[in-house]
Design a protein around this ligand. Structure first.
Ligand code: PMP
Length: 402
């Protein structure tokens, strides 16, 4: 058999740590172990019925063919209306694209702009995919470490220091995965000033979690404070997290028409278009009854409070209280250097995550996967019963460390 020789880009990128963690959990479950899986980055709710019905209607009325590369007009219109109500910015039809998940839109945006020599600033902790997507397109991810004391947010000084003549993008994600941190209006204004002073730099604003917000006021978007930067900003979003639609693979991007056109060109030669059925469902998600959002966010907030309280009570663990999304990032610095009952020293967050999997039967993801150590991430998109059980098992396992 001929040997498979991958292109260099395949060797450059990592397998997604969340995919690897899910695989580990599957293996242990197959061995008969009962594992509480807190690794999964998706809502535990079912897709709302009105959205499912819209998809079924689409199937039954023949909306089952290729659509325009950039999506059906009704969906682009719904996206434009949502954007205008959030930021006051009117996007023209050729400034909006729809793809197979926000992930694909981000991937194609980077494919359209990144090549060897191009630098992309990625504040850490980051969503695991950003650096690898940059590497996949021969670019250089420039990781900027953000401090817990700054709520893990990128400061204007750190941003200014990281910019070089080769910088093409900075990626901002708020509420962020894995921290749930959110920028204030003032923080965004200060970042906008740095971007304004560097017209060669664009900002990829990943707002996939913007509906999952625990504050009283809506989350401020960069373009609300700096609408004049709209040509330098690509906003990406989708229905995966907000409307419990991760499997439908539907996301979108709003930006300048040149970039959107380039993304469309690449999409036309790769997937052709996103699923017609998912697009019909997404129109309903964006324009139909929104009571699911209120209810699900209320539930996430309760679980955020529960998991923060329970894990915060474990000596050696310090959760960073998230303002949005459904993840809890937990500082575990005090446990590094401790010994397990079997005599192994916990030398890193990776070691702790393995220990928690073995000893507490709870699956979490190590902070190093997100570029920040020593921390671990749990997803609290799980039932209260599971969260309580997981916290009790973690507490008992941590107590056995000496
Ligand atoms: N951005 C962030 C920060 C995410 O966490 C995710 C999903 N894990 C995505 C984008 C991609 O979402 P989608 O399902 O729309 O591709």
């Amino acid at each position: 058999m001929a040997t498979f020789v991958p292109a260099a880009r395949v060797d450059r990128i990592r397998e997604s740590p969340s995919v690897a963690a899910a695989q580990r959990v599957r293996e242990l479950k197959a061995q008969g172990r009962e594992i509480l899986d807190l690794t999964v980055g998706e809502p535990d709710f079912d897709t709302p019925d009105n959205i499912k019905s819209a998809a079924i209607t689409a199937i039954n009325t023949g909306q089952t063919k290729y659509t325009a590369v950039n999506g059906i007009p009704a969906l682009r219109e719904a996206i434009a209306t949502r954007a205008a109500s959030r930021t006051g910015i009117q996007y023209a039809d050729n400034q909006i694209t729809v793809g197979g998940g926000a992930k694909q839109v981000i991937f194609l945006a980077l494919m359209a702009t990144v090549e060897a020599g191009v630098e992309v600033i990625v504040p850490a902790p980051y969503w695991v995919s950003y650096p690898d997507m940059v590497l996949a397109h021969d670019g250089t991810p420039v990781i900027v470490q953000c401090e817990e004391s700054d709520n893990f947010l990128l400061t204007p000084h750190a941003l200014a220091d990281a910019i070089t003549p080769n910088t093409k993008w900075v990626i901002l994600n708020a509420p962020g995965n894995p921290t749930g941190s959110v920028y204030t209006r003032e923080q965004l204004q200060a970042i906008a000033e740095v971007i304004e002073a560097n017209p060669h730099v664009s900002v990829l604003v990943d707002e996939i979690y913007d509906e999952i917000n625990f504050g009283d006021a809506p989350i401020t978007s960069l373009l609300e404070v700096a609408p004049h930067l709209r040509d330098q900003v690509l906003v990406t979003n989708g229905v995966s997290k907000s409307h419990a639609m991760t499997g439908w693979r539907l996301g979108y991007g709003l930006g300048n028409s040149g970039l959107i056109g380039a993304i469309n060109k690449l999409q036309g030669q790769s997937s052709s278009c996103p699923s017609s059925i998912s697009q019909a469902a997404a129109v309903e998600a964006l324009t139909g009854d929104q009571s699911f959002l209120t209810e699900s966010v209320r539930s996430y907030r309760l679980r955020r409070d529960l998991s923060t309280r329970l894990l915060g009570a474990v000596p050696g663990l310090e959760p960073v209280v998230p303002q949005g999304a459904f993840y809890l990032f937990v500082n575990c610095a005090a446990l590094i250097g401790k010994q397990t009952p079997g005599g192994t020293v916990i030398e890193s967050d990776q070691d702790l995550v393995l220990y928690l999997l073995d000893e507490a039967s709870v699956a979490t993801i190590q902070g190093s996967a997100y570029g920040a150590s020593p921390y671990f991430r749990i997803s609290f998109a799980a039932s209260e019963a599971v969260l309580e059980k997981a916290a009790a098992q973690i507490a008992a396992a941590v107590e056995r460390l000496s």
